[in-house]
Write a protein that binds this ligand. Structure first.
Ligand SMILES: *Cc1c(COP(=O)(O)O)cnc(C)c1O
Length: 471
């Protein structure tokens, strides 16, 4: 049975459902399984042609172990993906001879975050109901996580949801997806700061043990292990379509918090034949600099047309570092203390080589992103959103720099209709929102503007969370 360990080594090991409800470990670390389940090439071959929910059940079940009965897990997975607007859930389409697009944006909020969040909401609600407990979910969002979390949790009896987003720094559609919800358990907070400020406050909230207990705090950011696992599934479903396990496949992933690409690395640990993992970033290129120079160093956030990647501290990278340091938690504590004190640290040469052996990293600027949207529209008659375009441009550059025979899959992380201005600038076309979203333009908005100050957020939570009243 898999247990979950903190990357900082100073929190007790947890079961799957405990890690699910805990989110960030109390020592500030992130949870990882004590070992990875392994699938044989025959098992992986058998995934070909199976419905998405069935592959998901097979991939996720070993991580859950005895914590949930398999039929219940299977039902939740089926319900989570029944609402997607494509029967394949995450279909694959061909862009050119060696390049494919994995469309992850057919869920209710049109971003890949739905894939994990639709399952996470069901898992949490089930586990809390069983325990007769209420939880307070707080999340920080650069746009898409908040909408996906709100959509997955709205109206649930056991949970209140508080989403912090950077005031004025998310797109109109993203904001309206969060603020036009009428359910009383949903609270959108416009923070007077950046996404990194929101993420820092979130970490602070989780480290306030008294608050954490009183509100039964839980997290849905990509630091939540269950999200990473749910995202590993589509690496399996896409790779078998392209000939895995015989033929290895490479992936390029538009990256911010490193959750999505980490899920690919985890799939590889489980036995999937993955060749290169290419980290694609916009101008916020901390990971590109870290791989090139060995120096992970925080700089100011630059706003771009791919706002869900406008972040500097890439939280899930800590999980990869932990593995690259052979799971030495004391090294992680040292690096993270340096990050807290001096906004940076140097990756030692051994771990750096370990990371470079599997990952490449490419940064794509604003003009190249727009040019890529235009190019794909001209060549493939396909509209891709700015996040996906960063990935597509990086994959294109990667193909020129490296002779590789493995097919390249670019993860399509958002629907183009979410970014109509960028689409119009690059192609002259304004894709309409799907019908179920078009109505949010007319609905009244509900949100609270709060200062970039942890104490102000804490008192707001205490005033509004139902878990606080029970105590
Ligand atoms: C969240 C998000 C990303 C970045 O994913 P990470 O897991 O944070 O690296 C990329 N594109 C879109 C559209 C997103 O919403």
């Amino acid at each position: 049975m898999i247990k979950y360990l903190s990357t900082r080594g100073e929190a007790p090991p947890l079961s799957f459902t405990q890690a699910l409800l805990t989110g960030l470990a109390p020592d500030g670390g992130l949870y990882l399984p004590d070992h990875y389940p392994h699938f044989t090439p025959e098992t992986i071959k058998g995934f070909a042609g199976k419905p998405y929910a069935e592959v998901a059940t097979q991939v996720i079940a070993p991580f859950v172990g005895d914590d949930l009965p398999l039929p219940i897990l299977r039902d939740m997975i089926e319900a989570a993906y029944a609402g997607f607007r494509h029967p394949a859930v995450t279909p694959l389409s061909q862009i050119d001879s060696g390049t494919f697009l994995l469309e992850l944006f057919h869920g209710p909020t049109l971003a890949f975050k739905d894939v994990a969040m639709q399952l996470l909401g069901r898992l949490m609600d089930h586990v809390l109901k069983e325990r007769g407990a209420r939880a307070t979910i707080v999340g920080a969002t650069s746009g898409d996580t908040g909408a996906a979390a709100i959509e997955a949790f709205r109206g649930l009896e056991q949970v209140d949801v508080f989403i912090l987003y950077p005031h004025g720094r998310v797109s109109d559609v993203q904001r309206r997806q969060m603020t036009t919800v009428e359910d009383a358990n949903i609270h959108a907070i416009a923070l007077e700061g950046t996404f990194d400020d929101a993420q820092a406050i979130l970490k602070g909230l989780f480290q306030n043990e008294a608050l954490r207990q009183r509100l039964n705090l839980s997290g849905v950011n990509s630091i939540n292990w269950a999200r990473v696992v749910a995202q590993s599934v589509y690496y399996f479903t896409s790779a078998v379509v392209l000939g895995a396990p015989h033929r290895p496949v490479s992936y390029t992933v538009p990256t911010g918090n490193f959750g999505d690409i980490l899920a690919g690395w985890i799939a590889k640990r489980m036995g999937l034949a993955i060749d290169r993992l290419v980290i694609a970033t916009n101008a916020n290129d901390i990971l590109v600099r870290a791989l090139a120079e060995g120096r992970y160093e925080v700089k100011g956030v630059q706003p771009t047309q791919s706002p869900s990647m406008d972040i500097q501290v890439s939280s899930n990278f800590e999980r990869l570092l932990f593995e690259a340091y052979n799971r030495d938690a004391s090294s992680l504590r040292r690096l993270m203390a340096q990050l807290g004190q001096s906004r940076g640290f140097t990756i030692d040469s051994g771990p750096l080589e370990t990371i470079r052996a599997e990952f490449d990293a490419i940064s794509v600027g604003e003009a190249d992103t727009t040019a890529e949207i235009t190019r794909i529209w001209r060549n493939a008659e396909m509209l891709i959103d700015p996040h996906t375009a960063v990935g597509m441009a990086a994959a294109h550059r990667h193909a020129k720099q490296h002779a590789s025979t493995s097919p390249m899959v670019v993860l399509g992380t958002a629907h183009p209709a979410k970014f109509p201005d960028a689409m119009e600038a690059a192609t002259g076309l304004r894709p309409p929102l799907p019908e179920h979203l078009a109505e949010i333009i007319k609905k009244p908005e509900h949100f609270t503007v709060l200062p970039n100050d942890q104490a102000a957020i804490e008192s707001f939570l205490l005033d509004h969370a139902r878990a606080a009243r029970q105590a």
